[in-house]
Design a protein around this ligand. Sequence first.
Ligand SMILES: C[S@@+](CC[C@H](N)C(=O)[O-])C[C@H]1O[C@@H](n2cnc3c(N)ncnc32)[C@H](O)[C@@H]1O
Ligand code: SF4
Length: 394
Amino acid sequence: MTDADTAPAQAVKGKEAFGVYVHWPFCLSKCPYCDFNSHVRHTPIDEERFSRAFAREIETTAARTPGREVSSIFLGGGTPSLMQPQTVGAILDAIGKFWRVGSGVEVTLEANPTSVEATRFKGYRAAGVNRVSLGVQALDDAALKQLGRQHSADEALAAVAVARAIFERYSFDLIYARPGQTPEAWAAELKRALAQAGEHLSLYQLTIEQDTAFALLHAAGKLVVPDEDLGRALYDTTQVVCADAGLPAYEISNHARAGAECRHNLVYWRAHEYAGIGPGAHGRLDIGPDRRAIATAKRPETWLMRAESVGHGVETDEPLTRGQMADEFLLMGLRLAEGIDPARYERLAGRPLNPRRVALLREQGAVETTADGMLRVTLAGFPVLDAVVADLAA
Ligand SMILES: C[S@@+](CC[C@H](N)C(=O)[O-])C[C@H]1O[C@@H](n2cnc3c(N)ncnc32)[C@H](O)[C@@H]1O
Ligand code: SF4
């Protein structure tokens, strides 16, 4: 790698947002569709030991990023709602001790919507959490069973009601394009969900991820998911129903009223800086002249022992080249309805976007330029987003 390959970190600096992601890697059981870094243990987890290790990694990471002010914290998983509130409190205290935390900080905790977990919501709020994101996944008991979930639709809706009573901001996730789902059935389910939704919803098309139980079933022909045309019809239904309800997409899978977007996820999509804490967490930090891609050990016990012995569980820590930074900026930024600033792309890549490719995509109706000069993917372009990004990045 030459100096010219390394983009000056200044090209991405000067932005205020700084996120801290904390990964809790344990779940009660493994859902058959999920390829997140989640692990099932049959002996109790020593939360105190983990929380001390989290504090050590927070201290080490904060020492590498002096002067930052934390604007968002996201406790994700795995199932962070399996943590006792005092464990969450200890993690948030450590973040506040070693970093400066902005007064309006958004603190999200991802929760599974079982009744047991809902009983902890008050404790999480007292610990400093001000937003929850619940994995409802479906409002249909047969579908929940197929997805391997540990809750019924009623139990999930009860957890949503508890969240609504306790937190000012809450969101929930649904998975659509499930086996056998029609656009009509999905529209009806989505409308029922919208009746219970606050100002934010995440709606993901079921993806068959490699090395999951669903991948095996799919390969054996025992799990049939919607084909491309049906997937497209389900996606279109999602856009129309949500826009009618005042929750348009601000990102390909995320819907919110204006101002209610998840600030933490915007950090990723706008290519700002974030620290990753805990097993299998990823970070992007501007250190010296570089933007560095950092990842920790995925196996919880490996991460724990490293964090205890050397103060962090980092396994890879590499500077990104200009090309990598520019590609990442396109990949993440074009997911957003607001699009990307082509001038920022040019600063990162050291060259402008190819004007011929942009013109061609514009003619095809896949992208458009806004009055303030942002380049964004159109509603017609979103279903083929991967191809648009690949075209612009080439
Ligand atoms: C980190 S995961 C799960 C958080 C939490 N443990 C739960 O299950 O509710 C975040 C979200 O990604 C979505 N997701 C996970 N795997 C998926 C897949 N294969 N296809 C579509 N969505 C998926 C689910 O909606 C899930 O709530
Ligand atoms: S979907 Fe959630 S609960 Fe299920 S295995 Fe993945 S992280 Fe755990």
